[in-house]
Design a protein around this ligand. Structure first.
Ligand code: AMP
Length: 441
């Protein structure tokens, strides 16, 4: 390695910079996520990135991949065992209990967005720091809550220009799962020699996870394995049927997927994922969620049924880019302020600030001297007008207003420039609005 290379500091493996050119995609997802949250009555909550490690052990579960091998955990200076959050729900539930949100009318609907950390093997669409949007509804066990969450998740992806499929299953309640796990272990017992060591381990520790194993031999065996729907209690079954009836009524297409179990221990009853239509194995699921009726109690709160889902930003944006989803028009400057000479520069910086305060999005190139360079910059930005303030205008106390579409220049009194520019921009915005809403002929 060269000395130069040694000195260079690189991005940590699995991390990702979100550069200015990427931001319009991120902004689009964030703003749609927030808008939807508002329109469905979900209030924003933020939780810290660092939580006590025990929070995740007690919620996500000891035998899960996340807790076993993916957490960024460390002992801090105060000798506390802390973890960079690998998922959002646990922290949200902790905050819900800690701040007495339980006393609000049910369901308490919460919206969250932020980065998460998992020490996973990095690959396309998989990072060690990634972002999610989360929607959680606490305090209501009605199947309509599950259906509304699926409606939001499905609607969000559709609004972002994607075509998701909803994969859905019910994993019943704890007793149902215990009976089912036994049946599953029984089924695989005579077939153990066809299983890898990894799958044998899973079968022992967390048998449900064998169902979503990616190994081909296991996938074939799983096709004939017992299905959890046959082990659901009557109540769990009724609940699931009602969720599906709601989805039918909402005309949201879904695929009943008996192998869908999700990788976290806290789920019960409804579980669902949103897959890209070209991804049959759900390798790059956009997101998923389900019911977690015992989690609040498990973390020390009162018994509180709840459900939620999370969508990951990176895979979403990757697919949106692949599909050339059009972005909303960018907010770009519509005025350029050009100056000629040192004295003019001072006045122009002040004028730029006055325009900004008046709500006009202006641009400048105050470090440039030549008018040619400044006009080039104005053209690149595709502004509507350029204000030119030269020696003559300074003496006359005027300014030139150049219409960049037709090149016509007008002289206007300097003190009137801000209201004049505002008036013209409002007029042209009205015209544009009118022409974009006129019916096509
Ligand atoms: P999970 O919390 O594992 O159910 O993940 C929900 C969604 O978060 C996934 O469907 C992905 O879109 C996203 N996600 C999970 N893990 C990662 C990761 N390591 N990198 C990027 N996105 C992820």
């Amino acid at each position: 390695m060269t000395e130069k290379k040694d000195k260079t500091i690189h991005l940590v493996r699995g991390m990702k910079d979100i550069l200015p050119a990427d931001q319009p995609w991120w902004d689009f997802v964030r703003s749609r996520g927030r808008d939807l949250a508002k329109s469905y009555g979900y209030d924003r909550i933020d939780t810290p990135m660092l939580e006590q490690t025990n929070l995740f052990i007690r919620s996500v579960g000891k035998g899960t991949d996340i807790v076993e091998k993916e957490m960024f955990s460390f002992i801090d200076q105060g000798n506390e065992n802390v973890t960079l959050r690998p998922e959002a729900t646990a922290g949200i539930v902790r905050a819900y209990i800690e701040h007495g949100l339980v006393n609000q009318p049910k369901p308490v609907k919460l919206f969250w967005l932020g980065p998460l950390f998992r020490h996973d093997r990095p690959q396309a669409g998989r990072y060690r720091q990634f972002w999610q949007l989360d929607y959680e509804a606490l305090g209501d066990d009605h199947p309509a809550v599950d259906a509304e969450l699926i409606m939001i998740a499905y609607g969000l992806l559709k609004e972002l220009g994607l075509s998701p499929t909803v994969q859905i299953n019910s994993i019943g309640d704890e007793d149902d799962r215990e009976r089912y796990k036994k049946a599953l272990v029984e089924y695989f017992r005579p077939r153990r020699n066809q299983l890898s060591e990894e799958v044998k381990k899973r079968l022992q520790k967390n048998p449900l996870r064998v169902l979503d194993s990616k190994e081909e031999a296991v996938r074939i065996l799983v096709q004939d394995a017992p299905q959890i729907v046959d082990y659901l209690s009557e109540t769990a079954n009724k609940h699931f049927v009602k969720v599906l009836e709601h989805l039918d009524e909402l005309e949201i297409p879904y695929v009943l997927n008996p192998r869908l179990v999700r990788g976290l221990d806290y789920y019960n009853r409804t579980v669902f994922e949103l897959w890209s239509q070209d991804d049959e194995g759900g390798q790059l699921a956009f997101g998923g969620g389900g019911r977690y009726d015992s989690l609040v109690e498990q973390l020390g709160g009162q018994p509180t049924p709840a459900a939620g889902f999370a969508i990951g930003f990176e895979r979403l944006i990757m697919k949106m880019r692949e599909a050339n989803v059009p972005l909303p028009p960018a907010h770009t400057p519509n005025i350029f302020v050009a100056q000629l000479g040192e004295a003019s520069r001072k006045k122009c910086l002040k004028l730029f600030e006055e325009l900004r305060r008046a709500g006009v999005y202006a641009a400048h190139a105050l470090s440039k001297d030549g008018i040619k360079q400044q006009m080039e910059a104005a053209n690149r930005l595709k502004v509507k007008y350029t204000l030119i303030f030269g020696q003559k205008e300074m003496l006359d106390n005027t300014i030139l207003l150049r219409d960049m579409d037709n090149g016509i220049q007008e002289t206007i009194p300097f003190e009137k420039v801000v209201p004049e520019v505002k008036k013209r921009l409002e007029r042209s915005a009205l015209k544009e609005n009118h022409s974009s809403t006129s019916p096509e002929v």
